[in-house]
Design a protein around this ligand. Structure first.
Ligand code: NDP
Ligand code: MG
Length: 379
C-alpha cells in the first residue's frame, strides 16, 4: 500500500487524484487531505478515505467541521495546517495541488521530510525553482511531474542521457481565445475565458491558459525540472492537445507522448511510477483523430509568453514577481474588477518596477512576492 497526502484535495487536480485512488482502492491509503474552504466536499472525502489528518484554510472552518469528523481524524488549519498535511503524516508521496505560490512552504516542508512529490503546483517551481530543486537533490527526493506537458517530457526522457537532448517542446492548446485577434480580446468576459476547448481545470489555470501565462509558467517549470536552457525550450501551438509534448535528440529522433486530454493519466503515472497501471481515462484512437495540427506561437499575440521567457532568462526574483503579479491580476479578473487585457498590462507594469535580485534566499523571494502583490493590487 502506498501512503499518500493530497494538498488541495477539493480542487480539479485533487478530486482527479482521488478518482485514481478510488480506481485502485487496495493499493493506496490516504494519510492527509488539505482543502481551502469547500468543507462539504472535504467531509465527503473524509467519509470515503478516512485520512488521519485534514486541514482547511481558516480556524473558523476548522472549528465548524471538528464535530463532524470521525474519532481518528485530526483537523488543522491555515499555513501551518498545510505544512502539517505535507510533512507530518506517514505519507511517502505528497500531491501538491493547491493553486498559487501559497504551495511553496508546504512543498519545501514535504521535501525536507524526504517525501516524494507529485508536483501539480507549478507556481512553486516558478517562484523558487533553484531552492526547490536544490533541496530535492540534497534530500534525494523525486519531483514527479503531474502537469501533462512535463509528465510527457518525463516519459520521453526515460532512460535517455541528458547530453543527448537537443530541445524540448511544450505543446499549447491555445486556450479559450486561441483564434481571437487582439481587437477581439478587448471585450471578452470571465464566462468566455472559463470555456477551455480541451481541458476542464480550475478557474485560475483556465484563465492562465487563455493569456498564455500558463505556458510561460510551464517553460520555467520545465527549465527547473529538466535543467534545460531556455533557448532549448520551445512552445508549439497544437489545438487538439493530443501530443502532450516532445523531445528532440541529437541523432534527430523525436520522441513524443500522446493521449486524450485527461489529467488522470499523468496524475496516475506520478502515483504509480515507475509502473503503469490500467487507467479510467478513455483510450486515444489516432484513426478517429484523423489529423493533428501545429502552428508556430505568435509572441505579439501572446505577450505573456514572451514576458515569461524574459523573466526565466533573467532568473533571480523576476519569475517570482511575474507569478505574483499574475495571481493578483487573475483573481481581480475573475471577480469582474478588471478587463482581460489588463492582466498582461499589470504583469508588465509590476515587472517594470521590480529590481531583480539574483540567487534569492527564501525570505527574499517571499518579500518580493509580497511587494509584487501590493503593487499589482494598487494597479
Ligand atoms: P483548483 O482551483 O481547482 O483547486 C485548488 C485547490 O487548492 C482546492 O482544493 C482549494 O480548496 C485549495 N486551496 C485554495 N486555497 C487554499 C488555502 N488557503 N489553503 C489550502 N488549500 C487551498 O486548482 P487546480 O486543481 O486546477 O490546480 C491546482 C494546481 O495544479 C495549480 O498550480 C495548477 O497550475 C496545477 N495544474 C492544474 C491542472 C488542471 O488540469 N487543473 C493541470 C496542470 C497543472 P477549496 O476549493 O476547498 O477552497
Ligand atoms: Mg499543463
Amino acid at each position: 500500500m502506498k501512503k499518500i497526502s493530497v494538498l488541495g484535495s477539493t480542487g480539479s487536480i485533487g478530486t482527479q487524484t482521488l478518482d485514481v485512488v478510488r480506481k485502485h482502492r487496495e493499493q493506496f491509503q490516504i494519510e492527509g487531505l488539505a482543502a481551502g474552504s469547500n468543507k462539504d466536499l472535504l467531509l465527503q472525502q473524509v467519509q470515503e478515505f478516512s485520512p488521519r489528518k485534514v486541514s482547511v484554510a481558516t480556524k473558523e472552518l476548522a472549528d465548524s467541521i471538528r464535530h463532524d469528523l470521525p474519532a481518528g481524524t485530526e483537523v488543522y488549519h491555515g499555513h501551518e495546517g498545510l505544512i502539517e498535511i505535507a510533512a507530518a503524516t506517514d505519507a511517502e508521496l505528497v500531491v501538491t495541488a493547491v493553486v498559487g505560490s501559497l504551495g511553496l512552504s508546504s512543498t519545501l516542508a514535504a521535501i525536507n521530510e524526504g517525501k516524494t512529490i507529485g508536483l501539480a503546483n507549478k507556481e512553486t517551481l516558478v517562484t523558487a525553482g533553484h531552492l526547490v530543486t536544490a533541496q530535492a537533490a540534497a534530500k534525494g527526493v523525486k519531483l514527479l511531474p503531474i502537469d501533462s506537458e512535463h509528465s510527457a517530457i518525463f516519459q520521453c526522457l526515460n532512460g535517455e542521457r541528458h547530453e543527448d537532448i537537443e530541445r524540448i517542446t511544450l505543446t499549447a492548446s491555445g486556450g479559450s481565445f486561441r483564434d481571437y485577434t487582439r481587437d477581439q480580446l478587448v471585450n471578452v468576459t470571465v464566462e468566455d475565458a472559463l470555456k477551455h476547448p480541451n481541458w476542464s481545470m480550475g478557474a485560475k489555470i483556465t484563465i492562465d491558459s487563455a493569456t498564455m501565462v500558463n505556458k510561460g509558467l510551464e517553460v520555467i517549470e520545465a527549465h527547473w525540472l529538466y535543467g534545460i536552457p531556455y533557448d532549448n525550450i520551445s512552445v508549439l501551438l497544437h489545438p487538439e492537445s493530443i501530443i502532450h509534448s516532445f523531445v528532440e535528440f541529437r541523432d534527430s529522433s523525436i520522441i513524443a507522448q500522446l493521449g486524450n486530454p485527461d489529467m488522470r493519466v499523468p496524475i496516475q503515472y506520478a502515483l504509480t511510477y515507475p509502473e503503469r497501471w490500467s487507467s479510467p481515462a478513455p483510450r486515444l484512437s489516432l484513426a478517429e483523430a484523423g489529423k493533428l495540427h501545429f502552428r508556430e506561437m505568435d509572441l505579439e499575440r501572446f505577450p505573456c509568453l514572451r514576458l515569461a521567457y524574459e523573466c526565466g532568462k533573467m532568473g533571480g526574483t523576476a519569475p517570482t514577481v511575474f507569478n505574483a503579479a499574475n495571481e493578483i491580476a487573475v483573481a481581480r479578473f475573475l471577480r469582474g474588477e478588471i478587463s482581460f487585457l489588463r492582466i498582461e498590462e499589470i504583469i508588465e507594469e509590476v515587472l517594470h518596477r521590480h529590481h531583480n535580485v539574483q540567487e534569492p534566499a527564501l525570505e527574499t523571494i517571499e518579500e518580493n512576492d509580497r511587494i509584487a502583490r501590493e503593487i499589482a493590487s494598487r494597479l
